[in-house]
Write a protein that binds this ligand. Structure first.
Ligand code: BES
Ligand code: MN
Ligand code: ZN
Length: 485
């Protein structure tokens, strides 16, 4: 979807939409429009759309009105994005190629107008590269959104927002690709390709280097697969001086469960078990594209978890890079085994002051919070509140979960330093406790369990069904509000 800006007085396409705040449809719209609005019960609620066809110069003009919600609501930004998203959803395959959004008389700010445009762009994203037999009426027709009479400064705001959109779209693409296409090496290749020329520095570790570093936990997961594991580090150094911030993502490009194999039904979902790594990659793209004034390292731990004659067994003991030994009770609790070595490595290599990891770590997280919030676990109240704020502002919302010594002792092992699963209950928390044992003293750390938010089977305000791109807007907002403040 291309977002463009037109000067006042430019000729308009057939389809023109106007954003309308709750109860603010102007009388000047005329009796046909106001009558149609009341017939359609349109009041301007977020995402409500109605349209009228009017005759103009002997042709037909399609006038749409979209609700943006209460002008003073606390979540008015969400209403604006929802409005743009609703227009995109309605007209994506409508046959119309161009949608003009006319901001004249809307009383919106540049930020507001850009939020409408962002909603439209994000909601219209689809990945159709493998759909070779779509019927004409199923194909998206809408390729352009033209902002008309946009408030002064909207283009400048959009320059930033479009970088975020690119990041979100890249994340969705990585998440949507099947596991025969995206595996550790091809994940790295796709990132190299997309980050080329952006100024992001890339470091990649192969199996031999990881073995030399002693990453026995990550390598134990990888050993059942013919796909070779990788660690991918991407650094955007938009500021010198202070210690960097690290974002670390779980990149299990397919999770069969390994020898502790998962049931067949729904296993295809495990192609998106790399959603944390994808969010990290998308964030790095966004930060570089908007030239963020922050020093950020994105690390992806990339492996495939397969059953095989060479796969690790339940009961195996592996030695992590930290030196801690781990009893692998369940080979399906592999995410933490990948992340622990990625965490140790990033701390040794880059000495970050702050680490945020993102992982589709536990099914239990989906049981706890559904698809509306990701779970947040942190050793630092300030970081937790900053991330919570970034979540609320971005729409990638978080809910803080508890941690503590009573949970920690549940993962003590009789044969090794730690075991990779605890008892059945509180599974998301014991997973977080496992990671916490690999975080150095003095490092502010948060773990985001995004199992419920990476992929949603039904469309939302700013995404179609499928990959949401969760995490990119959250991390970008954190960088803007905390690191660049
Ligand atoms: N990738 C899964 C978690 C997951 C499940 C994410 C469903 C999204 C949807 C993870 O590797 C896993 O298998 N976790 C196990 C842990 C258990 C063995 C302690 C789980 O949640 O069942
Ligand atoms: Mn698993
Ligand atoms: Zn997994």
């Amino acid at each position: 979807m291309n977002i463009e800006f037109a000067l006042a007085g430019a000729s308009l396409p057939r389809l023109v939409a106007q954003p309308i705040a709750e109860g603010a449809l102007p009388a000047s719209a005329g009796p046909v429009v106001t009558g149609a609005a009341s017939a359609a019960r349109f009041t301007g609620k977020p995402g409500q759309v109605f349209e009228v066809f009017v005759e103009q110069d002997g042709g037909v003009q399609r006038q749409a009105y979209v609700g943006t919600g209460e002008a003073t609501a606390a979540d008015r930004r969400a209403g604006l994005e929802r409005a743009g998203g609703a227009l995109a959803a309605k007209y994506l395959a409508s046959g119309e190629e161009t949608l003009a959004i006319d901001f004249a008389g809307s009383h919106l700010s540049a930020d507001d107008a850009a939020a409408v445009l962002l909603g439209a762009r994000l909601r219209s994203w689809q990945y159709l590269v493998y759909r070779t037999r779509l019927k004409d009426e199923q194909k998206p027709s809408l390729t352009r959104v033209v902002a008309v009479n946009a408030p002064a400064g909207t283009e400048d705001v959009w320059a930033v927002e479009s970088a975020i959109a690119e990041g979100v779209e890249f994340t969705r693409e990585l998440v949507t690709e099947p596991a025969n296409v995206i595996y550790p090496e091809s994940f790295v290749a796709r990132c190299r390709e997309r980050l080329e020329g952006t100024g992001v520095e890339i470091v990649v570790l192969d199996e031999t280097q990881m073995a030399e570093l002693g990453m026995g936990a990550l390598l134990g997961v990888a050993q059942g697969s013919v796909r070779k594991p990788r660690i991918l580090a991407m650094r955007w150094k938009g500021r010198a001086g202070a210690k960097p911030t690290a974002f670390v993502g779980k990149g299990v490009t397919f999770d069969t469960g390994g020898i502790s194999i998962k049931p067949a039904a729904g296993m295809e979902d495990m192609k998106w078990d790399m959603g944390g790594a994808a969010a990290v990659a998308g964030t790095m793209l966004a930060l570089a594209k908007r030239k963020a004034g922050a020093d950020v390292i994105g690390v992806c731990g990339l492996v495939e978890n397969m059953p095989d004659g060479n796969a690790q067994r339940p009961g195996d003991v592996v030695t992590s890079m930290s030196g801690q030994t781990i009893e692998v009770i369940n080979t399906d609790a592999e995410g933490r085994l990948v992340l622990c070595d990625a965490l140790t490595w990033v701390q040794k290599e880059y000495q970050p002051a702050t680490i945020v990891d993102l992982a589709t770590l536990t099914g239990a997280m989906i049981i706890s919070l559904g698809h509306e919030h990701a779970g947040m676990f942190s050793n630092d109240d300030l970081l937790a509140s900053q991330l919570d704020g970034a979540g609320k502002a971005s729409g990638d919302t978080l809910w803080r979960m508890p941690m503590g010594p009573a949970y920690d002792k549940l993962i003590d092992s009789p044969i090794a330093d730690i075991k990779n699963v605890g008892p059945r209950y509180g599974g998301s928390i014991t997973a977080a406790q496992f990671l916490a044992r690999f975080v150095d003293k003095g490092v502010a750390w948060a773990h985001l369990d995004i199992a419920g938010t990476v992929w949603i089977d039904k469309p939302g305000a700013t995404h179609d069904k499928g990959a949401t791109g969760f995490g990119v807007r959250l991390l970008d907002r954190y960088v803007r509000d905390v690191l660049e403040a």
